[in-house]
Design a protein around this ligand. Sequence first.
Ligand code: GDP
Length: 526
Amino acid sequence: MSIQQEIARRRTFAIISHPDAGKTTLTEKLLLFGGAIQVAGAVKSNKIKKTATSDFMEIEKQRGISVATSVMTFEYNDLKINILDTPGHKDFAEDTYRTLTAVDSVILVIDCVKGVEEQTERLMEVCRMRDTPVMIFVNKMDREGKNPFDLLDELEEKLNIRVRPLAWPVNMGQNFKGVYSLIDQKLNFFKVNKTRLEDDVLEIDINTPVLDEKVGQRDADQLREDVELIEGVYDAFDREAYLNGKLAPVFFGSAVNNFGVKELLDAFCSLSPEPVGRPTDKRPVTPDEKRFTGFVFKIHANLDPRHRDRIAFLRICSGKFERGKFYHHTRLDKDVRFSSPFSFMADAKAVMDEGFPGDVVGLYDTGNFKIGDTLTEGEDLQFQGIPSFSPEIFKELINLDPMKSKQLDKGIEQLTDEGVAQLFTLQPGNRKIVGTVGELQFEVIQYRLENEYGAKCRWVPMNYTKATWITAENPVKLTEFIRLKGNQIGYDKDKNPVFLAESDWILRMNSQNNPDIQFHQTSEFK
Ligand code: GDP
């Protein structure tokens, strides 16, 4: 197979949702269709149910699960599909944001009872930053949910994207009869807990009495009315608009009952994009380029705490990746090679001899990688779009064992390379301020520092709620501002100055009063 054919048959995407909407359930059903797993229940929920006193075993388990299910690859209809898992827990949102830089499209799962939830909105904002194509699956139609038209309005309004239903439910909850495909005019009859993978589908002209026979007169009339309304109100589905991230096709179903999932998967296979190019600091890279490029979007600590090595997840962007070949690590300006890179087929990790754009390679790493690092065949470029976001919770890291300060330094350095949290240094005194988006990370860090690095620490909460990266066209102005703001200035790991603000209001005032200074919400700015 040529590289072009290899690229054309790959689909790399993420399923995103507010926790409990059904992401895990849907993932599992998709894997069943792909034959990647044989039985239901094989995909473990990658989430932490936080209790009052957090359970460290749970964190450990979580880490185990999230390596195993970080990338799930399966074949379906000659396509090679890579699902990149994203943690649902809000405290790990940044991990999710970064994973979204490595996909070419997403499927967003909505709970039809709850509609658009908080986490859904935030995730969609990230998708919009890169115009990632989005497909929406409205789940749990076996429950009494919101009116589907109201839901569509809510999606458009809250997610700031146009929607276009490509399927339509016939009633819902107890009276849920099925879903009518607006693509090929077929009616798929709902059955509870479908075990067979084939659906009970009837090609039907809904304007004939057959429909009344099948679903009853009331639901038949309602469906006819709804379809007429849809065709009247919504433009025909525009695939270009979907690929540009401007229009989201909407499907309905019930993941737990394996209903509507095959329609979704088939539509995904025919509509979703092949691997797309990515911007770098020098030039855009397209997948069909001869030479290999890729970037690291996730780093995972080894499960065995006695071994410090880690697993770096690399998304291949162009060319062909080959085992054992030397590649150029552009940030460190050195050549590296991997003797046992692996892929994520089904349950087992398999050695990967070659990989193509869209694929994710697992690389054993002894501390060379940071999130966002780029590998090439020699060209000096760096992939863009893997920003750090402003953290929201800040604590000072206090060393409790002076004999172990080296271990602590190394530990916090490596954990923040993994992207668990961000590290800022405050002068004078080299004070270490750790910023996260969730409380849970502090527990994870403290636990891991102790278990993996033998260092003990405690946390002192800081009043900051925002970290913004600062720049100025005139370097003198920047130096002056830094001098003036004293203990509100920290430095990130790349020694970029950061303004730490106690509140949005303080940030706003400083931004207004210092027009020469630019305040950036993410670490990546032009
Ligand atoms: P996640 O947090 O988004 O991964 O959600 P899960 O897949 O773990 O699902 C959350 C809960 O919703 C579980 O108890 C599922 O069994 C349930 N669930 C998933 N899909 C459906 C569905 O279609 N109908 C109903 N009634 N429940 C569902």
